[in-house]
Design a protein around this ligand. Structure first.
Ligand SMILES: Cc1cc2nc3c(=O)[nH]c(=O)nc-3n(C[C@H](O)[C@H](O)[C@H](O)COP(=O)(O)OP(=O)(O)OC[C@H]3O[C@@H](n4cnc5c(N)ncnc54)[C@H](O)[C@@H]3O)c2cc1C
Length: 386
């Protein structure tokens, strides 16, 4: 067992850390205030990421990516987690489900996404179907060899900047002993396709500027060439390629927690009350001790789950544990950091209230904490037949 980073991994961490500090931090306040990322700034972040060779670093070299393994990519995401998500979105990491592209789909979607020429978004969630993905009602019916789609998706991150969206749509229903079960297909849908509109979604307290959008399908006609993977094979592509995405939430939570922790540590060392630094009070210093202990625990849990993927070991439970623990750790750490800052922690003169707000969504998206607990307990009980 080896707990250190290789020279190459150290280089990855220091390169991405300094990029985030230099190219992301200076713009964060403006994005928080306006709730927008200006187009030219987005393009500049994208261009600099491409020049550094980090754009689509999660993709294999054969298709033009940097070919990072899961552990190395987790190190990248951990550093990006320090910065505003609205801005680090343009340090592009397209959905690796695009590796399921076949034939001319590679030229139209996969390769332009890896080159940073076209941006993607991914849409599963609907107003009536969140945790219960199979409960979706957005449906496609066959008509003269095409698919005709009707329905709505909501909460779709990054769709404001997306050139195309990978959308999961019901394409039929099977009768099973447990009742009807939807068949799902993944489609590649271009912005501008007639009958497909992308509109503003809700205002979220977390990650201002990282917008969630609503997608409407109104008799939208899609040919078979837009199917990603097999017809009715949506769950197969989802399970093959989206399996690892929950690690991203865990690693970003760890990175953000480390940034918040540094603020709390220095504030506690500098702020004086009763004639001494508040760090001298055990009520404060023990909070700091608990924070770093939990951050380190989440970090190791997360990196170990990524390492398991690189080794080809089963990692479903470990990834769920990492997502669950790291996102809940971030909530506790941001709350404790705010407490250490006292009243000023709530004021937007400091970034603490932002980290506290941003932390809230991590326990919800990419599968809520309850769904992660469901995955973990199911893996434990299934071999026992329970
Ligand atoms: C800002 C934001 C961005 C998002 N971006 C995307 C995106 O880009 N693409 C996309 O497809 N989706 C996206 N999502 C959707 C996200 O994945 C869902 O919000 C999430 O899966 C939960 O679904 P829901 O909000 O409908 O809650 P629900 O599923 O309605 O859950 C409500 C509550 O019930 C609990 N619950 C539900 N089922 C169970 C169960 N079986 N056992 C125990 N408890 C249960 C949940 O844990 C939760 O506490 C985004 C969400 C947000 C908030």
């Amino acid at each position: 067992m080896h707990f250190g980073l290789t020279d190459e991994q150290e280089m990855i961490v220091s390169t991405v850390r300094s990029f985030v500090e230099k190219e992301i931090y200076p713009h964060e306040d403006a994005v928080e205030r306006s709730g927008e990322v200006p187009r030219d700034l987005a393009e500049e972040i994208k261009r600099k990421t491409i020049e550094m060779g980090f754009y689509a670093c999660n993709f294999p070299q054969e298709v033009g990516g940097a070919g990072l393994g899961h552990l190395d990519f987790a190190l990248v995401e951990r550093e990006l987690g320090r910065g505003s998500m609205a801005l680090t979105h343009f340090f592009g990491r397209p959905q690796n489900i695009l590796m399921a592209c076949e034939g001319e789909q590679k030229e139209r979607y996969l390769l332009p996404a890896v080159r940073g020429e076209r941006m993607d978004a991914l849409a599963m969630t609907e107003p009536g179907a969140g945790s219960d993905v199979r409960g979706m009602t957005c449906a496609a019916r066959r008509d003269g060899g095409d698919w005709v789609v009707n329905g709505t998706k909501h909460f779709i991150s990054g769709a404001d900047h997306a050139d195309f969206v990978i959308v999961f749509i019901a394409t039929g229903e099977d009768q099973t002993p447990k009742g009807p079960k939807k068949r799902i297909t993944a489609f590649l849908v271009d912005r501008g396709t007639p009958g497909f509109t992308i509109r503003d979604g809700y205002q979220s307290v977390s990650h201002r500027g990282y917008k969630n959008m609503v997608l409407d399908f109104d008799d939208c006609r899609l040919p078979d060439a837009q199917v990603l993977g097999e017809v009715d094979g949506g769950f197969a592509v989802m399970n093959e390629w989206l399996y690892a995405t929950r690690i991203t939430v865990a690693t970003m939570s760890v990175g953000r927690a480390r940034r918040v922790f540094d603020h709390a540590l220095h504030f506690a060392a500098e702020r004086e009350q009763f004639g001494q630094a508040i760090a001298k009070f055990q009520g404060v210093s023990f909070q700091i001790a608990d924070m770093i202990t939990e951050i380190d625990a989440a970090d190791w849990l997360t990196l170990a789950s990524a390492w398991r993927l690189d080794q080809g070991l089963p990692a479903n439970r470990e990834i769920a544990s990492a997502k669950l623990y790291a996102s809940e750790m971030l909530a506790r750490v941001t709350d404790a950091a705010l407490q250490v800052h006292g009243g000023m922690g709530l004021m937007n003169d400091y970034p603490i209230e932002r980290f506290w707000r941003d932390a809230r969504v991590e326990r919800i998206w990419d599968g809520t904490s309850e769904i992660q607990r469901h995955i973990i307990s199911r893996e434990l009980f299934r071999p026992l037949g329970a």
